[in-house]
Design a protein around this ligand. Structure first.
Ligand SMILES: Nc1ncnc2c1ncn2[C@@H]1O[C@H](COP(=O)(O)OP(=O)(O)OP(=O)(O)O)[C@@H](O)[C@H]1O
Length: 172
């Protein structure tokens, strides 16, 4: 399999994190660490192996991760099925980077949004008489209720514009 060692990546000590293959990671306690000292005394272990259904190494691009992990869930979601995608890990592990990403390297969330809106293009309902209700219901509004919704929407847009002005940003 692909054997590679994390070297030079911020925060990793060489040989501490070894991606053995697409399914297996070995973690070795660093020299002098508490785990290493206890294992030398015969308490606990200094090497841990973790297996996963698929490991994506540091060379993985946001686009590759999206295609290999999210795309099929997104296709099912657009077909009406439920899907849950979450990131989990210690602080600084890269959760925000993976989900949100950056302008240059957008993560899962903006990619899902783009694909979703692309998918429903031309099918958007721009009437104001249907309102989402609770988890998956829809409320049909009468003329008076529609008027209230329009007023509330206008108020929100005004508020957002004010916030943009206050922050010195261009309004949309
Ligand atoms: N795959 C990656 N490629 C390049 N840089 C990354 C990657 N993953 C994370 N980083 C960088 O590592 C740093 C920590 O990542 P991030 O903020 O996403 O961690 P986090 O798990 O969300 O942390 P916290 O739990 O503290 O919010 C950031 O500067 C981020 O840009």
């Amino acid at each position: 399999g692909l054997s590679r060692t994390e070297v030079g990546t911020e925060g990793f000590i060489p040989d501490c994190v070894v991606i053995e293959n697409r399914q297996l990671v070995t973690l070795c306690a660093p020299k002098g660490s508490a785990s290493m000292k206890s294992s030398e005394k015969g308490v606990g272990m200094s090497i841990f192996k973790f297996s996963f259904s698929q490991i994506f190494g540091p060379e993985t691009t946001q686009a590759e991760l999206f295609e290999d992990t999210v795309r099929s869930q997104l296709v099912d979601f657009l077909d009406g099925k439920n899907a849950l995608i979450f990131s989990y890990g210690v602080t600084n592990a890269g959760k925000t980077f993976t989900i949100q990403g950056t302008t240059k390297e957008p993560g899962i969330l903006p990619r899902v949004m783009e694909a979703t809106f692309h998918h429903i293009q031309g099918h958007l309902y721009d009437g104001m008489d249907l309102k989402p209700h609770l988890r998956s219901g829809v409320q049909c509004l009468d003329a008076d209720q529609v008027k209230k919704e329009r007023t509330a929407k206008a108020a929100i847009f005004t508020l957002v514009k004010e916030i943009f002005y206050l922050n010195g940003c261009k309004p949309f």
